[in-house]
Ligand binder design. Structure first.
Ligand SMILES: [Cu+2]
Length: 457
């Protein structure tokens, strides 16, 4: 793999925001318009970019809690449009899930909404707008939540790495071509400035230092492939949840909304730095590097699994109810017609409405749920991707496990990347009463039809 730097696809330490240190309590999050220096000076003299951000920063404030704490945050909306906060990956009461017109009313300009719920699970989670999210997340309305374990692993640095993707014009402003049909019918809105933001962002790391990196892909649509150079270690959590058996670290692939925690030991490398590399085909673009400085001599013990969260693991599928989900539509798809708002329509007419993707022949949010689930019921969902594109399926309200070809179960996940023409299966126990979305987290696909819901009763 060649490693290069190129214009608009590289970042060093973000300059537009003073390092946001751990904050134990930020009780008000104000969604507002702000200007930030998004493009690094090394690329030239670009002006600030107008964004929508929580507290006017992108990403929004890093919220840090201890497992067992209660999250209490008031959203104040100072934006020109209604908004909300979805707490992605956290198991919470349905009324706190932040889906406008579904679990709460959208928070209007000048209004507030109070979110409060206990944090059952340790791990790396994130929060983002769930209103017109293909626009609002693209403008910057997101942030990260870290819930620390009661006994965290011993590391020298604990760093949140936000991976994002901006579509900017030559004056560094976000292009307003939201909803472009070519994006919606293909892989979604791809940016031209892939960027990483580290919190905190250390000036250097020692050789042999142990570092925890918490990756979060907040891009609306882009799948990110990330390689680490100058470090060896393990993947210890995915989508917030600890892996029972940490995996050897290799290239990491993140669909939109996916996360991973890795713990690595810094090794001396040719580059004398810890490098975070964005991989595209055979080329690696350096997103960030942290130079080495000094050396720790004490050997580290082997990397251990993180403490388990109070989330059950599946053991078998006997008695499970099967609810297939068939994805169709999009460019090069075979969908000829689908149902939208109760009416059968041709694909040609649906495209006029911006509805191009279907689940089980239905585009857009159906009035009736995909299924009513009894609390405690075991559900299995074969996901059949008949389309020519990948989709990142996200379930609200609980984590699922993938049913593996050998009959075993994958780790707890809240988002699963399903490749074109691929069939994967997930299973979960219906947990908390209420109305829970199940949608593609490629937000362009969601807006163009890929969403449905379960009603847990
Ligand atoms: Cu999708």
């Amino acid at each position: 793999m060649t490693l290069t730097r190129r214009h608009f696809l590289k970042s060093t330490a973000a300059l537009y925001l003073a390092p946001t240190l751990a904050q134990a309590s930020v009780n008000v999050l104000e969604a507002k318009v702000a200007s930030v220096q998004l493009i690094d000076a090394e690329f030239g003299d670009y002006p600030e970019t107008q964004v929508w951000g929580f507290d006017g920063t992108v990403p929004g404030p890093l919220l840090r809690f201890k497992q067992g704490d209660t999250l209490q945050q008031t959203l104040r909306n100072s934006l020109p449009d209604p908004t909300s906060i979805h707490w992605h990956g956290l198991r919470l009461p349905n009324a706190m899930d932040g889906v406008p017109g579904f679990t709460q009313q959208a928070v209007q300009t000048g209004e507030t909404f109070d979110y409060a719920f206990p944090l059952k699970d340790a791990g790396t989670y994130w929060y983002h707008s769930h209103n017109h999210s293909t626009v609002q997340v693209a403008r910057g309305l997101y942030g990260v939540i870290v819930v620390e374990e009661q006994t965290p692993p011993d590391v020298d640095h604990d760093i949140v790495v936000v991976l994002d993707d901006w579509r900017l014009d030559e004056t560094a402003q976000i292009t307003e071509d939201f909803g472009a049909m070519h994006d919606w019918t293909h892989a979604g809105r791809m940016g031209n400035y892939v960027h990483s933001h580290l919190t905190p962002s250390p000036a250097s790391v020692e050789e042999n230092a142990r570092v925890r990196l918490r990756f979060v892909n907040v891009a609306t649509d882009r799948i990110m492939t990330i390689a680490l150079k100058g470090a060896v270690g393990k993947v210890v959590a995915r989508d917030g949840m600890p892996l029972r058996a940490p995996e050897d670290l290799d290239t990491l692939v993140f669909g939109p909304a996916e996360r991973a925690d890795v713990i690595v030991d810094i090794t001396s490398s040719e580059a004398q730095a810890l490098q975070i590399v964005f991989v595209e085909r055979d080329t690696g673009y350096l997103l960030h590097d942290i130079p080495l400085s000094g050396r720790r001599s004490d050997p580290r013990p082997p990397i251990q699994p993180l403490p388990a969260n109070p989330m059950r693991y599946l053991t078998d599928l006997s008695g499970a109810r099967e609810i297939p989900l068939i994805m169709s539509g999009g460019a090069m798809g075979r969908m000829e017609s689908a149902t939208w708002e109760g009416q059968e329509m041709s694909t040609r007419d649906l495209v006029q409405q911006g509805k191009v993707w279907a689940f089980n022949g239905v585009v857009g949010m159906p009035t009736a749920p995909l299924a009513e689930l009894r609390q405690g019921e075991l559900i299995r969902i074969p996901i059949v991707n008949e389309t020519a594109f990948a989709h990142a399926m996200h379930l609200h309200g609980t984590h699922f496990q993938e049913v593996l070809p050998d009959g075993g179960f994958g780790p707890h996940k809240d988002t699963l990347l399903v490749q074109p023409r691929e069939t994967r299966e997930i299973a979960f126990v219906a947990e908390t009463p209420g109305k829970w979305l199940f949608h593609c987290h490629m937000l362009s696909h969601q807006a163009a039809g890929m969403k449905t819901w379960f009603h847990v009763i």
